[in-house]
Write a protein that binds this ligand. Sequence first.
Ligand SMILES: NC(=O)c1ccc[n+]([C@@H]2O[C@H](COP(=O)([O-])OP(=O)(O)OC[C@H]3O[C@@H](n4cnc5c(N)ncnc54)[C@H](OP(=O)(O)O)[C@@H]3O)[C@@H](O)[C@H]2O)c1
Length: 182
Amino acid sequence: MTTGHVFIATSLDGFIARKDHALDWLPQEKTEGEDLGYETFISSVDGLIMGRGTFEKVLTFGDWPYKKPVIVLSQTLTQDVISDELEGKVRISQLSPREIMKTLAEEGWKRVYVDGGQIVQSFLKQGLIEDMVITLIPILIGEGIRLFGKTDGDVNLKLVASQAFPSSGMVQNQYKFLYSKQ
Ligand SMILES: NC(=O)c1ccc[n+]([C@@H]2O[C@H](COP(=O)([O-])OP(=O)(O)OC[C@H]3O[C@@H](n4cnc5c(N)ncnc54)[C@H](OP(=O)(O)O)[C@@H]3O)[C@@H](O)[C@H]2O)c1
C-alpha cells in the first residue's frame, strides 16, 4: 500500500494560508544554519498529491517547483487546463483519496507527499496519512485556511521528533498517526 506523508508549515494558530491564500506570513528566506529537512523529505517520496487550492496557488509562483510527478485532485478541473510546460508533470484526477492511493500502489508508488488543507483532512479521515511533519511559524494570523478541521472523533498521535530552530523561532514536530490501517 502507498503511504501518505505530510510536510507543511502552519502559523501558531493553525493556519496554512490567509483567507485569500496569501503566504506572506511565511519566512520568505531560509535562515542561515537552519535546515528544515525539505530536501530530505521530498527525496523520500515518489510524488505528490495536492488539492486544487494548493495547485492553483503554486501556479502563481511562476516557476514550477516540483521535479517529482504531481497529481491534482479536483472534481472541477480537467486535464485541458494543464499547460504544455506541465504536460507529463501534472495529472488531474477525480478519484477519491482511497482510489488514487490504490492506483498509485499499482503504479509502484511507495510514499506520497499529501499537500493542501482540505486534502490532508480528507486523507486523514480515511486513515491514509502515516505521518506528518508540521513546522510551526511563530506568528498568529488570526484567520485563514486551517490545516485541521472537524474530525469524526478524537485522533491520537505519537510525537516522533521535535526540533526547535532558535534563530527563526520555528518549531518542527513530527507526528505519527495511531489509527489502525483500514
Ligand atoms: N503553509 C503551507 O505549508 C501550505 C501547504 C500547502 C498548501 N498551502 C496553502 O493552502 C491553500 C490551499 O488549501 P485548501 O485547503 O484551500 O485546498 P486544497 O486542499 O489544496 O484543495 C481543496 C480542493 O481540492 C479538491 N478536492 C478533490 N478531491 C478532494 C477531496 N477528497 N477532499 C478535499 N478536496 C478535494 C476540491 O476542489 P474541486 O472543487 O476542484 O473538486 C477542493 O476544493 C493554498 O493557499 C495553499 O497555498 C499552504
